[in-house]
Ligand binder design. Structure first.
Ligand code: ADP
Ligand code: MG
Length: 820
């Protein structure tokens, strides 16, 4: 037995169960791929994406055979290979998983280094396993990934000046000779200190903490130093300047120098060196995603040139041009997905035309216990217009909490019933489903409270006789918590077409529920459901109309991207007589005032919410914090009042129970986390106190205070934060004065970006790396181009669209994985 096994391999082969499982799974995938005839169908998203993920999660030692095989793939990856070549690759991968790994000599490894974009980054010079691991954390596994890891800004070190002409406060470069350099201690900090000079003068350089610099700089060396110049005791100096010898490639000085998003232990210098190498070795092999015709028409640089210019730009303009190209590339992939979904939806099966005669509509509206707002009237007209056509409707209805979306939904459901079809409405929680059930019952049949227009036929099943319909209207409630027999009965009734309107939760999209005549599906609080659930509900009918409702204000730019397959209607008018929520930002020492205020409101018979600070790290920690706060408030602050607790670690049933008690007035104060955000109406609740308010987004604060805007009582929102920065305080002040959810959302987007805005679990929105979500012009351009491309090549089969098609598959796989 030759001494083949290196220590690296030993580590890798270590008995980690997760790793063994990952390898086992990879092997099964490869065997399946083989069995299916190498059609790249073994895993959703393709083998390339799968391998990438495997490598990302399981760093392998240098020289591992698997890395070599993956490294030998062409730019387009496995997907680009002919099935005969694929067979060879799969066999080689299986072989690599089987055999122990040989220790290779450095020289051999050197020779094996043919670097292509799909090569693992470890193929680059100067990358050890530690680096590879850290790069992995930035999502960088291959050389191609590294090339697509763009700088987020640049240092402008292009101006080279003699020492005497350096400008204080500016970034610039000086070329000087090292007179002395050594380690020193200043105050208590270790540092390198150097004196350098040119023919015009001398200056002092200091590197805090970086004592290794002292060992690298030698007296007499000619070096370029870049940084910001300051004056200390009348002398010029630079702190922590970038530097490199004059004979080296200028990567860190004398130019626009890239600054990369990085992580602990990956210095900028290293990243720059690696990116430079990657550019030299394989930029020219990078697959071109943009079709040549499009690139020429829009005047965008080709990929290799754009890569060079975005990393090491000649000028700011060149960097900008390159960035625009990649932003468009990124948006184009997203828009291709959106447009394709929309086209499939529109060109697919026909929907039933649902009509509601004008006189029935008028009668229905007249029978409501309130007068519709103008916005509601417009929304209803728009929805009915959509429904009357056989193209399936796909509409997003946005409106602040309390703007009255339910009645719009009710009209749509009524149109279905009138036309002899079924309607379904899905809510994210049981208590919300119940609330809808109750509301619909009131709106559609029993609004005068005079009854008996309906009779209860059993749990969750009512028959109403609305006068304007002229026949009975049957409505059912379907939720997971129904007893199995009840659930079965409701399901049977739905399947036999004995139910006109079904209200429910996720239970609606579960298997076993069959809608023979689903005409419209309404989805409430869309932002809690993903694209996947939306699709699942659609599939329940052949091609039902879909109405999606949300209280999250989605600015137009986002609506274009995420919900781009939907048309948008906005309810931008509140029912009259709802005073806006008086909002106050309080200082920490004013907390007792907030408590006094709550006590007075409760004294007047009202109720209050107390929201605990946002803790994103984990639901467990958040729950524990909420429990502690609940204990504290019950014991020390409000011992005489009735307090309840609700958080995300409680079961849906416990949460519903807490909410129910609060709604029914059995509690005075509900201590809660953000789970209350999508809450049920409690008109009697008039105060919401939000702790740690600075940690929330503006739009989220607005959403939260919407919880108390449910009646004619004056509602209040009190914002507390422990140690707010000036900036945070400023931000909170915006919520005091601005009551328009859209404006707050725009503000949030501008301040925090879409990832933050939508939160981690958000439904299917890919984080943008290059493009800016507020760049409407570019988003619209991408959208237009997506329509053009799919118009000519609906399946993305043309050779010039292959890279786009591949990116789209990868994106969709990622989105699906995040949502489900
Ligand atoms: P949301 O948009 O938050 O879903 P709802 O549809 O639940 O709002 O309506 C909130 C409350 O306002 C309900 O009690 C509803 O009956 C009432 N409402 C809806 N429209 C009007 C209106 N035009 N005038 C007065 N009250 C209304
Ligand atoms: Mg609602």
């Amino acid at each position: 037995m030759p001494a083949l096994v290196s220590s690296g391999w030993d580590v890798w082969r270590g008995k980690s169960r997760a790793l063994q499982e990952a390898i086992g799974q990879l092997r099964r995938v490869l065997e399946l791929e083989k069995a299916k005839g190498f059609l790249d169908t073994a895993v959703v998203g393709g083998l390339d994406a799968y391998l990438r993920r495997f490598l990302l999660q399981n760093p392998l030692p240098d020289g591992h055979r698997l890395l070599q095989v993956v490294g030998s793939l062409p730019p387009g990856g496995y997907a680009a290979l002919h099935p005969i070549q694929r067979r060879r690759v799969v066999e080689a991968l299986l072989q690599a998983l089987r055999s122990p790994q040989p220790q290779r000599h450095r020289r051999q490894r050197e020779e094996a280094r043919a670097v292509v974009p799909s090569s693992p980054v470890t193929q680059l010079r100067g990358v050890n396993r530690g680096h590879a691991h850290k790069l992995g954390r930035l999502g960088i596994v291959t050389v191609g990934d590294l090339l697509y890891h763009f700088p987020h800004r640049y240092h402008d070190y292009a101006a080279v000046r003699p020492i005497s002409q350096l400008v204080t406060g500016e970034e610039q470069t000086v070329i000087a000779t090292v007179w002395s350099a050594g380690e020193t201690t200043i105050g208590r900090r270790k540092a390198t200190e150097a004196i350098v000079g040119d023919e015009t003068g001398t200056m002092r350089l200091i590197w805090w903490g970086q004592t290794h610099v002292a060992r690298q700089l030698r007296t007499g060396m000619r070096v370029a130093f870049s940084g910001r110049v300051s004056v200390f005791r009348g002398r010029r100096q630079m702190e922590n300047p970038e530097w490199e010898p004059l004979d080296a490639e200028s990567l860190n000085t004398r130019r626009l120098v890239p600054v990369y998003p990085s992580t602990e232990g990956l210095p900028q210098r290293l990243l720059r060196r690696l990116v430079w190498q990657a550019l030299e070795l394989s930029a020219h092999q990078m697959p071109e995603a943009l079709p040549p015709e499009l690139r020429q028409r829009l005047g965008l640089p080709p990929v290799a040139e754009a890569l060079r210019q975005i990393h090491f730009p000649d000028t700011r303009e060149m960097a900008q041009r390159a960035r625009r190209r990649f932003a468009l590339e990124e948006l184009l992939v997203i828009e291709l997905g959106v447009v394709r979904r929309k086209k499939a939806w529109q060109e697919g099966a026909k929907a039933p035309a649902l009509v509601l005669p004008q006189e029935v509509l008028e009668w229905f509206i007249a029978s409501l216990p309130f007068t519709l707002t103008g916005a509601q009237r417009r929304a209803i007209a728009q929805v009915l217009q959509d429904l009357s056509r056989d193209v399936p409707m796909s509409r997003l209805l946005e409106g602040d909490v309390g703007s009255g979306k339910t009645v719009v939904a009710a009209t749509a459901l009524l149109a279905a019933a009138w036309s002899g079809w079924q309607g379904a409405i899905m809510a994210p929680t049981e208590i919300l489903a119940e609330q809808h059930f109750r509301t619909l019952r009131r709106l559609l049949g029993d609004q005068a409270g005079e009854g008996p227009w309906f009779s209860l036929e059993g749990p969750g099943y009512v028959v109403m006789e609305p006068p304007f319909l002229g026949r009975p209207l049957r409505m059912a409630l379907l939720m997971g918590s129904l007893r199995p027999a009840e659930k079965a009965a409701v399901q049977r009734a739905i399947a036999h077409g004995e139910v006109d309107i079904v209200v429910g939760t996720h239970a609606l999209i579960q298997e076993g529920v069959r809608f023979p005549r689903l005409g419209i599906a309404v989805i409430d609080e869309q932002h809690r459901f993903g694209v996947v659930q939306r699709a699942a509900l659609r599939e329940k009918g052949r091609a039902p109309h879909v109405l999606v409702m949300t209280a999250t204000p989605i600015p137009r730019t986002l609506a274009l991207t995420i919900y781009g397959d939907l048309d948008v209607t906005v309810l931008d008018e509140m029912p009259p007589g709802r005073p806006p929520v008086k909002t106050y930002v309080l200082r920490p020492h004013q907390r007792h005032l907030a408590y006094d205020f709550i006590r007075r409101q409760v004294g007047q018979g009202r109720q209050a919410y107390i929201v605990c600070p946002l803790i994103e790290e984990s639901e467990v920690v958040a729950a524990r914090a909420a429990e502690a706060e609940y204990e504290r408030l019950s014991r020390d602050v409000f011992p005489d009042l009735r307090l309840g607790l609700m958080h995300g670690r409680m079961s849906a049933r416990e949460r519903d129970e807490a909410m129910r008690r609060f709604r029914d007035g059995e509690l005075d104060i509900l201590v809660t986390t953000t789970v209350v955000e999508v809450g049920v109406d409690v008109p009697n609740a008039t105060v919401i106190l939000i702790e740690g308010a600075d940690r929330f987004g503006l739009a989220q604060l607005h959403q939260l205070r919407g919880r108390v805007r449910r009646s004619h009582y004056q509602p209040y929102c009190l914002l507390l934060s422990e140690n707010p920065s000036e900036e945070a305080q400023e931000r909170l002040r915006i919520v005091e004065t601005v009551h328009d959810g859209f404006r707050l959302a725009e503000e949030d987007l501008r301040l925090r970006g879409p990832g933050e805005y939508f939160g981690v679990r958000q439904s299917g929105f890919p984080d943008l790396k290059v493009a800016n979500i507020t760049d409407v012009e570019l988003i619209e351009l991408a959208r237009q181009e997506a329509w053009r491309i799919l118009g000519e090549d609906p399946e993305l089969k043309a050779p010039q669209h292959q890279v786009l098609a591949q990116r789209l598959r990868a994106l969709q796989e990622r989105v699906t994985a995040e949502v489900s």
